[in-house]
Design a protein around this ligand. Structure first.
Ligand SMILES: [Zn+2]
Length: 377
């Protein structure tokens, strides 16, 4: 017999992630009888953590039902994404829906200076006291305890406890994670993961980021993830780490801009390259289609090794998957077993605050998974 508290928690988390959701769907997803769900839901309804929404017809049973939903409540989260030069922040509710945003240049790159900037942004977005929790995301490697083992752009000594520095300045609970892991977790709870129990996330900007969710759970690795350096083209250019023809040398924004510089004989902006490609200017089309084909090969490798057929593309360079869609899809098909199901793409609108929203989502997930959210139930 499972622990009652844990069962109550499962109901609350399911409704947080999937709500508003008919009771029958909650019961089916969690393997509960209608009576058990009524018993487990009662303390959550009584405590005002869940509500019954207006009557609708359950699409599964065609009977009237009043779906369950969470009461977002007063909980506020600030997510901050730190690069080598600036920090971007958003304030969100419990479901990582953005309410406000801000950014600040870094005053310097020491851990203390970065913590000062992060704390300043928390104060900008949530004046008058600490938010429910703060999430901080950076490119690099972060251990389970939130210590920064490697910060790509900051050059810190391994084991820097950024969370403690931010906690000391804000008084808030702080979650620190690597930016791709935080975005994957947020996509899992509040994005595509609401409908899909398995998907891969690929982010394109100055590097290729990779996250994987299988069986409704993120797959965590302990070191740097290497999908961004998978070899795709033996004679291709070198990435900044020296690999010839790896994903990082072929499908990042700098890689496309370098190829465009050669094709045009002069520097070209990302936006102009995409506009020209949409207008079917030959040299732009070639650069975009080549890169999209390489991305398709990467997706085929990921899909072939994981069995995942849902792929989210996000990041500053995500439009490559839209403007180069035909080449992308053709390469995916070419490099996969023809009997395997088609890969479906979800492309997010490029937004410089994406990583900050990922950080806020990680903070919300940490809060909802911990003891505080359900303390009153
Ligand atoms: Zn590489």
């Amino acid at each position: 017999m499972p622990d009652l508290d844990d069962s109550v928690r499962q109901v609350a988390l399911h409704v947080l992630r999937h709500g508003p959701v008919p009771r029958g769907a909650v019961a089916r997803a969690l393997g509960l009888s209608a009576g058990s769900l009524t018993r487990l839901g009662k303390p959550l309804l009584d405590a005002g953590l869940l509500v019954e929404t207006g009557q609708v017809t359950d699409p599964a049973t065609r009977r009237p039902t009043r779906p369950l939903d969470v009461v977002p409540g007063p909980h506020r989260f600030v997510g901050v994404a730190v690069t080598g030069t600036e920090a971007c922040a958003v304030r969100t509710d419990l479901r990582a829906v953005e309410r406000r945003r801000a950014s600040r240049p870094l005053a310097g790159t020491t851990p203390e200076q970065v913590a000062d900037t992060v704390a300043g942004l928390v104060g900008d977005l949530h004046p008058g006291g600490p938010p429910t929790a703060v999430g901080v995301a950076l490119a690099g490697v972060v251990d389970r305890a939130g210590r920064v083992l490697q910060a790509d752009a900051l050059g810190w000594r391994p084991g820097t406890d950024l969370g403690a520095l931010v906690r000391g300045r804000t008084g808030a609970e702080v979650v620190v994670d690597d930016d791709v892991a935080a975005l994957t977790a947020t996509e899992h709870w509040f994005g595509l993961g609401r409908e899909q129990p398995a998907f891969a996330l690929l982010t394109l900007d100055t590097r290729v980021g990779y996250g994987l969710v299988v069986g409704d759970a993120p797959v965590r690795t302990t070191g740097p993830q290497l999908v961004g350096h998978l070899p795709l083209e033996p004679g291709g250019p070198r990435c900044p780490q020296g690999h010839r023809g790896c994903a990082g040398a072929l499908v990042t924004v700098p890689a496309l801009l370098a190829a465009a510089h050669v094709a045009y004989g002069r520097p070209v902006s990302w936006r102009d390259l995409l506009v020209d490609a949409v207008d079917r200017v030959d040299r732009a089309r070639r650069v975009v289609d080549d890169a999209a084909a390489h991305l398709g090969r990467l997706v085929a490798l990921v899909a072939g090794t994981t069995g995942v057929v849902q792929v989210v593309v996000d990041g500053e360079g995500a439009d490559l998957a839209v403007v180069g869609y035909e080449s992308l899809q053709a390469a995916v098909d070419e490099h996969r077993d023809p009997r395997s199901p088609a890969v479906e793409f979800t492309v997010r609108d490029p937004d410089p605050h994406t990583w900050a929203r990922g950080a806020a989502g990680a903070a919300a997930i940490g809060f909802a998974s911990g003891p505080r959210w359900l303390a009153g139930a």
